[in-house]
Design a binder for this molecule. Structure first.
Ligand SMILES: Nc1ncnc2c1ncn2[C@@H]1O[C@H](COP(=O)(O)OP(=O)(O)O)[C@@H](O)[C@H]1O
Ligand SMILES: [Mg+2]
Length: 337
């Protein structure tokens, strides 16, 4: 990669200690990902796969067991609270539920001005004008600044939460399920807004969601996570139209189809086993997905497949990916990978 990454996460491992007697829960297991300037990387996986834990580790809200996190070239893995405060303008977050993240007792104008009061510079336009311009930029009416969060719908509150995140002019915004609680039509509007803002402001996003179509709509590249491990990565369009890993295929098959016959056909194509719970025991040595995988062989239960590069900037952690779902052959001129 030629341009330096905005975010570079290398072999990130996060553990949570539950009690003294049980071993710690490894919520994130050696995850690596990077995000270029102006790029959206989608992080997808079912509930409990460790998506939010990765986002929170980047934000300094979860302790890192091992691995490295670099932001704008700087190691922030164990940054002090003071360093974090300095970073907060460049590294922002939008959560799923804007109501709990917007203070109900403060006007929208007060909430949006807050991050600027901390780092105000005298050479800038008055804060009130900047608040009004940002609210307009996210498609909110002019009188929004004088009103309270409770006076707005879910979609409007998410626009306000996005405006607040963008006020200090960040470089990277971690979007943790920002549209998951919204109606489908509102989801599309908010995603289009995020895409417009990215183009205009040269933002990078780590876009977290459990829904693969949603993630692929907005992302340039996708990282598929299962039980804290990367199962597959690649450019969004290619990964969505031709998923290689059986888990990615199962995620796609789980997307509801309006027509039951289409749904059955989709599930059959994916070869998905039914009634398999994500919390069922997995072999600690083998592939995390083996106990749910219709294609698992003995090797899958005894040896964890490494994340191996395929063609077209893709990679999958599956012993059988090239045999089951072969991608077009590697061009001869390709540099060794
Ligand atoms: N603060 C915490 N303490 C203990 N366990 C946690 C904590 N945060 C997350 N977990 C556990 O880590 C796993 C991953 O959670 P999370 O990152 O929230 O998943 P996702 O966002 O993909 O739904 C889950 O098993 C969850 O219960
Ligand atoms: Mg989450």
């Amino acid at each position: 990669m030629t341009s330096p990454s905005v975010l570079d996460v290398e072999d990130l491992t996060v553990e949570f200690r539950q009690s003294r007697r049980t071993p710690p829960l490894r919520a994130v297991n050696k995850v690596s990902l990077n995000i270029a300037p102006g790029e959206t990387v989608g992080l997808v996986g079912e509930s409990g796969s460790g998506k939010s834990t990765i986002g929170r580790a980047v934000l300094g809200l979860n302790p890192v067991h091992s691995g490295r996190i670099h932001f704008e070239g700087r190691d922030i893995t164990r940054a002090s609270a003071r360093t974090r405060r300095g970073l907060s303008a460049r590294l922002q977050v939008v959560f799923q539920d804007p109501y709990s993240s917007l203070n109900p007792a403060r006007t929208i104008g007060q909430t949006l001005a807050e991050p600027l009061l901390a780092h105000s510079r005298t050479d800038e336009r008055p804060i009130g004008q900047r608040v009004a311009a940002m609210l307009e930029r996210v498609g909110m009416p002019a009188d929004t600044a004088d009103r309270y969060p409770g006076q707005f719908s879910g979609g409007q509150r998410q626009r306000i939460a996005i405006a607040r995140a963008l006020m200090p002019e960040p470089r990277l915004v971690i979007c943790d399920e920002p549209v998951s609680a919204l109606d489908l039509s509102i989801q599309a509007q908010v995603m289009n807004l995020l895409a417009d803002l990215q183009r205009d402001l040269d933002l990078s996003y780590l876009f977290i969601a459990h829904d693969l179509p949603v993630v692929s709509h907005l992302s340039h590249r996708i990282v598929v996570l299962y039980r804290g491990q990367v199962m597959e990565t690649g450019p969004a369009g290619a990964l969505y139209t031709f998923p290689v890993h059986p888990y990615t295929r199962a995620l796609l098959a789980a997307v509801p189809q309006p027509d039951p016959r289409a749904q059955r056909a989709q599930r059959a194509r994916a070869g998905q086993r039914t009634a398999s719970s994500p919390s069922a025991a997995a072999s600690p040595r083998g592939c995390a997905f083996a106990h749910r995988c219709p294609h698992a062989i003995d090797l899958c239960h005894s040896e964890r497949p490494p994340l191996l590069p395929l063609t077209g900037g893709r990679a999958a952690a599956c012993h059988r990916s090239t045999e089951l779902h072969p991608l077009p052959a590697v061009p001869q001129s390709q540099p060794h990978t």
